[in-house]
Design a protein around this ligand. Structure first.
Ligand SMILES: NC(=O)c1ccc[n+]([C@@H]2O[C@H](COP(=O)([O-])OP(=O)(O)OC[C@H]3O[C@@H](n4cnc5c(N)ncnc54)[C@H](OP(=O)(O)O)[C@@H]3O)[C@@H](O)[C@H]2O)c1
Length: 329
């Protein structure tokens, strides 16, 4: 396992900075190159995060034959074209969440990666942190019995700026795709896919959802109550109730470091620290997959990303939200 994985990053905004910081904690990783639409930004970023090379276009980075895997950190609407460009140049890809703007995009991306036998994974970093690993153990071992319900919220009071990524429809703005994806993913982890959904949203003048409330119902009678909002600060907690107990994911539930497990009155509190900003764990997963020659992560397979996007499409349809896709017919 001495091989180093050579990373490239495309789109040097907020999340790229946290990711690059965590990459420095990973002994198996080298930040080989970074790319921005602006060469001077790439140069500054490279200096700050010890990248070996910098590029003023995304394509130049994808042409760098030294790079093994590219992390796509652009706004959602560009994930499809950026990922497809990298895959077509033979690169493995870690693409930020949501993997695309709709399931049609994700299907094409998955098909492209599979047909080229290239690694592709969605940057659902929350899957790999220690608390989620523990939660999955609890669920797999049936420690709280059959699951009755899931509730999870993710809300913060954001600055309203119609041009900024969160509100700008042309950049894939809206609470559902940006933060609602985390409660929805938690519901999939605990309950799988729902039989029916009901969703309500408040829409902004820019035509995106500033908040979205969802109720999912399942074949076995279970339900999930989920919420995302840019309109207020919420508890940002998750609770999974089973017939023999419950698990609480404390604030901020999607990257929590604290679980409270209640097994019929016997309460256990677990502190589960993650490394760096938490992205370290997904980086290690990608490295491991590449070293082992896997083209998908067994922990976050492409089928899950597709299911997640199909479910988000159902919610979008329910609230009358549609984005222009960059898929060319
Ligand atoms: N996993 C997480 O915890 C997490 C957290 C936040 C965001 N995200 C995801 O990461 C992605 C980026 O979010 P962010 O908060 O980092 O956004 P951001 O700060 O706005 O950065 C996005 C970057 O994308 C590039 N870009 C390319 N075309 C663009 C355009 N037309 N307009 C604006 N930027 C453009 C820019 O980089 P250059 O100018 O350098 O080319 C920009 O800096 C989103 O899909 C989001 O869902 C994930």
């Amino acid at each position: 396992m001495n091989r180093k994985i050579k990373w490239g990053i495309i789109g040097l905004g907020k999340i790229a900075r946290k990711f690059a910081a965590d990459l420095q904690l990973s002994k198996e990783s080298v930040l080989e190159g970074v790319a921005s639409r602006d060469l001077s930004r790439a140069k500054l970023f490279a200096k700050e995060f010890n990248a070996l090379k910098y590029y003023g276009s995304y394509e130049s980075l994808a042409n760098d034959s030294d790079i093994d895997v590219i992390y796509i950190a652009t706004p959602h609407v560009f994930h499809f074209e950026n990922t497809m460009m990298c895959l077509k140049k033979g690169k493995a890809v870690l693409c930020e969440k949501p993997m695309g703007i709709n399931s049609q995009e994700v299907e094409i991306m998955v098909h492209e990666a599979r047909s080229r036998n290239l690694f592709l994974m969605e940057g659902l970093w929350t899957r790999f942190i220690p608390a989620t690993e523990k939660l999955i153990d609890i669920l797999d071992n049936n420690e709280i019995g059959a699951i009755n319900s899931v509730s999870a919220d993710f809300g913060f009071k954001g600055e309203v700026n119609p041009m900024a990524r969160l509100y700008n429809k042309k950049l894939g703005g809206g609470s559902l795709l940006d933060i609602g994806i985390y409660p929805v993913y938690l519901s999939i982890l605990a309950l799988g896919l729902p039989k029916s959904i009901a969703a309500n949203a408040e829409m902004t003048d820019t035509g995106v959802d500033s908040s979205c409330s969802m109720i999912f119902k399942y074949e076995n009678g279970a339900s999930a109550t989920l919420e995302s909002t840019f309109e207020e600060d919420t508890a940002i907690e998750g609770i999974i109730e089973g017939v023999e107990g419950s698990v609480k994911l404390h604030n901020r539930f999607h990257h929590t470091e604290k679980l409270t497990i209640n097994r019929i009155g016997k309460i256990e509190e677990l502190n589960l620290r993650y490394k760096g900003f938490g992205y370290f764990h997904e980086i290690e997963e990608v490295n491991k997959c590449l070293i082992l020659g896997h083209s998908e992560s067994p922990k976050l397979p492409l089928s899950t990303s597709l299911e997640l996007m199909l479910l988000l499409d159902r919610v979008k349809e329910g609230i009358g939200l549609e984005y222009e896709s960059r898929v060319l017919h």
